[in-house]
Design a protein around this ligand. Structure first.
Ligand SMILES: NC(=O)c1ccc[n+]([C@@H]2O[C@H](COP(=O)([O-])OP(=O)(O)OC[C@H]3O[C@@H](n4cnc5c(N)ncnc54)[C@H](OP(=O)(O)O)[C@@H]3O)[C@@H](O)[C@H]2O)c1
Length: 333
């Protein structure tokens, strides 16, 4: 887009994939700067977070994802969903944002690039004093944690909430958001992450290398299971008789991923007073505004594990795919 890029450049650097596969399918390439359509904003990307969902889409597995992202090859070619940056240009009908505004949110057309086109409704202003890296870390993971705890589990003050994968992208936000909702929070993590999870204000920390939370006497009103390392039946033992379990691991079989487990959980729900409620997070601007408030008032602070430059986006996705991140992984542009 002439005029949008630096010195009127029409091309930009991006991490591009022409086929599904491991991170080595990603190559740093020069591509055209996208044109913002009606209602869109062109964002000059400052930082873009990557998470397990981006890894699954890059590999094209589970295969069911290809129904949405392209049957034979990825439809968009540029991975990434979450971003923070500066408005470079606005399309027709956009009145709420203008060139130079600092924004964060999500795009469906790829964010591992110097520029990304984003519907204006998917963006909100970056709170003052929040870095571009911190802002980019928020959208998908924090939204998932918020919707799981507030909307699906309806967490109320005084309830006991257990979060597995408390050291990960979703879990590190979930521990903090559960505290904001007034819960007594237990985080489950490995030995090296105990101090980190404590620093997020967890009331209790279970080191899974020493203690299996499904085999203690303790029962929880809500369990947000981001790892699903134990069978459903074992995790249900740790729930109160009317407690709510949210299975939230995106992993599973090669064809259907977590869908099989989701269906099993739904079916089982009919036979027990315990609530088994799988989650598919929905991108809502209203929730992003809520998160912006929590960030501005420092009730929630992103945990950044590592940053990678755009040219090393493949390494960022490789690291995320290994499943041992501590907080969020962010690509800086
Ligand atoms: N439902 C939705 O819409 C939605 C949205 C976003 C994400 N998700 C899913 O949510 C899951 C979590 O995402 P994420 O971004 O938080 O992943 P992540 O950043 O990779 O975090 C996983 C964390 O779990 C820890 N872990 C590994 N094994 C564990 C165990 N047995 N018990 C407790 N902790 C363990 C890992 O650290 P150590 O290995 O060092 O212990 C790591 O810190 C993913 O599967 C993702 O696909 C779903």
């Amino acid at each position: 887009m002439p005029g949008a890029g630096p010195a009127g450049a029409a091309t930009m650097r991006a991490a591009v994939q022409h086929r599904y596969g491991p991170p080595s399918v990603l190559a740093s390439s020069e591509v055209g700067i996208p044109l913002p359509g009606r209602g869109d904003v062109l964002v000059q990307v400052g930082a873009a977070a990557v998470h397990p969902g981006d890894y699954f889409v890059m590999t094209g597995e589970p295969y069911v994802l290809r129904l949405v992202f392209g049957l034979r090859r990825p439809r968009h070619g540029i991975p990434g969903r979450d971003l923070a940056g500066v408005v470079a240009a606005v399309g027709k009908d956009v009145t709420a944002l203008r060139r130079g505004d600092e924004v964060f949110g999500w795009s469906t057309a790829g964010t591992l690039a110097e520029y990304a086109c984003v519907p204006a409704d998917n963006l909100v202003s970056v709170p003052a004093d929040l870095s571009v890296v911190d802002a980019a870390a928020v959208p998908t993971s924090a939204l998932t944690a918020l919707q799981a705890l507030r909307d699906i589990a309806n967490v109320r003050p005084g309830q006991t909430v257990l979060v597995t994968g408390a050291s990960g992208g979703v879990g590190s936000f979930a521990v903090q958001i559960a505290k904001v909702l007034g819960a007594e929070v237990t985080g489950v993590c490995s030995t090296r992450n105990v101090d980190l999870v404590r620093s997020l204000r967890a009331d209790h920390v279970v080191d899974y290398t020493r203690t299996d939370f499904t085999r203690t006497e303790k029962r929880y009103d809500v369990i947000l299971d981001n790892v699903e390392a134990q069978p459903l039946a074992a995790v249900r033992r740790a729930l109160t008789p009317t407690g709510t379990l949210i299975p939230n691991s995106g992993r599973g079989g090669r064809w259907l991923g977590p869908l099989g487990r989701i269906v099993r959980a739904r079916m089982l729900s009919g036979f027990t007073r315990q609530q088994l409620k799988p989650l598919l997070s929905v991108e809502k601007r209203k929730d992003l505004l809520t998160l912006a408030d929590l960030l501005a008032t420092r009730q929630v602070t992103p945990v950044i594990d590592r940053t990678y430059p755009l040219d090393e986006a493949a390494d960022a996705l490789r690291y995320v795919g290994a499943g041992h991140t501590r907080g969020k992984v962010v690509v800086t542009v």
